[in-house]
Design a protein around this ligand. Sequence first.
Ligand code: DX5
Ligand code: ZN
Length: 219
Amino acid sequence: MVIQIAPSILSADFSKLGEEMLTLEKGKADWIHIDVMDGHYVPNMSFGPMIVKTIRPFTKIPFDVHLMMDNPMDFVDEFIKAGADSITLHAEVLPHLHRSVAYLKDQGIGAAVALNPSTPLQVLDYVLQDLDMVLLMSVNPGFGGQKFIPGMLQKISSLKEMIEIKKSKAIIQVDGGISMENINQVAKAGATCLVAGSSVYNTGDPISMIAKLKEEGSR
Ligand code: DX5
Ligand code: ZN
């Protein structure tokens, strides 16, 4: 099974994000993962819709926008206008998750829901059929470069079963601590889209790291 790699630009060089897009094109990234942090829902801040709009013209690779923020629905339209192709909402901050997912679908973009490590899969019971993607966090969100939480492998397999039972077309994305050491296990557990920040950027050669991660995960 060929997996997809979604490099997280949280680990990229913010002083040259336009060039970083061109590098990811050369590396044939499947998605560009954009981590939006508000300093409230998560203890860190990153970028907003203006940055998304600024980097949009540099590449045709789809933008996968991961909203780690309170009141994400207040900003969804801005992110869509800025060029998001898929938006990921955290279930933990949305009391009307079904309505929020329906809103994304009505806008014609990819609809995804993220769950923190401690959030049970059951919150997806009545929205799974409507989703294009489920993002399982394999670290507590807020920072790049954290260690993968091993207990999440079981959660990935359980989600895979749940998707099969419910005949959902949602793909499983996993985010946090993905490396050459664990990507194969994570893919074998059922994830088909892997977010990778520090493992793509830390070697200084993102182009060959994307290829290596993809090969190791698809093996
Ligand atoms: C964590 C973010 C991740 C993070 C991944 O809050 O959602 O996307 O940037 O970075 P690594 O791969 O370094 O864990
Ligand atoms: Zn993310």
